[in-house]
Write a protein that binds this ligand. Structure first.
Ligand SMILES: NC(=O)C1=CN([C@@H]2O[C@H](COP(=O)(O)OP(=O)(O)OC[C@H]3O[C@@H](n4cnc5c(N)ncnc54)[C@H](O)[C@@H]3O)[C@@H](O)[C@H]2O)C=CC1
Ligand SMILES: O=C([O-])CC(=O)C(=O)O
Length: 327
């Protein structure tokens, strides 16, 4: 039997938490042979703590063989103690008519506190995924608040955007979603993101050549993916939860277990490539192996792409300036 992995989840009693924890405990994130200890954080309010107790009772009632232990707490230093993986989900979601960056100041302070707590008590190799919005800038805040941890271990979730783009492409081209490779969503998890299918292939052949529709790309594909979160809020009255949880599981699973050369999109601190200033948390294509990710480098960036990549960068720089006083 393997040693249990400690997985911290914040906002554990929220809607994403409810769609996420049971799948982690079932082994869908770290493997069907990997025991886990769930370390669950919720707000220090009776309603949130009661809801968390209820979720933990349900986890118990599933009798998951891989669930080796559980901690429920309102103290980030308890939740993050020795954590190997930290999923930072807890934050306010947006409602109809809002942009994700409208949450910035309200949610930012959560990530200074949690970054500092991770810095103090988490495993020195903790893999952090920020889901709470605005995810890229919150990941930046957490990274800057944890100076003793490796910046590369702070990531933001663009996997939901990547998955959304895959599904749109599959429908348009009449191909199986699982057969599409080499897709990327550049930049911010916001309406400025740039889903880029120029390199995508199916069975080794170019998907862009197969679709061959610049008008669809600019006026349907890109805006549909970029505005999908808002469309879900409009339809459900609540933001995406099951698909967000699914994306978080995919992000961490691939980071830990590897992609076998397949590209996935992760929001990671820039190394300066593609003209993105170092440190900005930006969606890029990566492959993963042995618990580390490697950027796909050297892709050609045409004028159309440059303009979109610069626009989403400008928004991230604006968000960073907006939280500079907290760091
Ligand atoms: N990156 C992405 O692709 C996506 C991000 N999101 C974001 O994820 C976040 C969570 O969404 P939902 O689960 O739907 O929201 P929710 O409101 O259902 O749950 C959030 C939970 O976090 C808790 N919480 C708030 N502050 C906390 C703190 N400081 N420490 C611990 N727990 C705290 C709340 O009590 C609540 O139970 C939102 O910011 C949402 O916008 C949602 C979908 C996709
Ligand atoms: O749109 C939102 O606010 C929730 C989210 O991040 C998404 O569904 O992509």
């Amino acid at each position: 039997m393997k040693q249990p992995v400690r997985v911290a989840v914040t906002g554990a009693a929220g809607q994403i938490g409810y769609a996420l924890l049971f799948r982690i405990a079932a082994g869908e994130m770290l493997g069907k042979d990997q025991p886990v200890i769930l370390q669950l954080l919720e707000l220090p309010m009776e309603k949130a703590q009661a809801a968390l107790r209820g979720v933990m009772m349900e986890l118990e009632d599933c009798a998951f063989p891989l669930l080796a232990g559980m901690v429920g707490t309102d103290d980030p230093e308890v939740a993050f103690k020795d954590a190997d993986v930290a999923l930072l989900v807890g934050a306010r979601p947006r409602g109809p008519g809002m942009e994700r960056k409208d949450l910035l100041l309200e949610n930012a302070k959560i990530f200074t506190v949690q970054g500092a707590a991770l810095n103090k008590v988490a495993s020195r190799d903790v893999k952090v995924l920020v889901v709470g919005n605005p995810a890229n800038t919150n990941a930046y805040i957490a990274m800057k608040s944890a100076p003793d941890l490796k910046p590369a271990n702070f990531t933001a979730m663009l996997r939901l955007d990547h998955n959304r783009a895959l599904s749109q492409l599959a429908v348009k081209a009449g191909v199986a979603v699982g057969d599409i490779e080499n897709l990327v969503v550049w930049g911010n998890h916001s309406s400025t993101m740039y889903p880029d299918y120029r390199f995508a292939t199916v069975g080794g052949a170019s998907l862009k050549d197969r679709i061959d529709d610049a008008d669809w790309n600019a006026n349907s594909f890109i805006p549909t993916v970029a505005k999908r979160g808002a469309a879900i809020i409009e339809a459900r009255g609540l933001s995406s939860a099951a698909s967000a949880a699914n994306a978080a599981i995919g992000h961490v699973r691939d980071w830990v277990l590897g992609t076998n050369g397949k590209w996935v999109t992760m929001g990671v601190p820039s190394d300066g490539s593609y003209g993105i200033p170092e440190g900005i948390i930006y969606g890029v294509p990566v492959t993963t192996a042995n618990g580390t990710y490697t950027r796909v480098q050297g892709l050609p960036i045409d004028e159309f792409s440059r303009a979109r990549m610069d626009k989403t960068l400008a928004e991230l720089e604006e968000e960073r300036a907006g939280v500079a006083h907290l760091l």
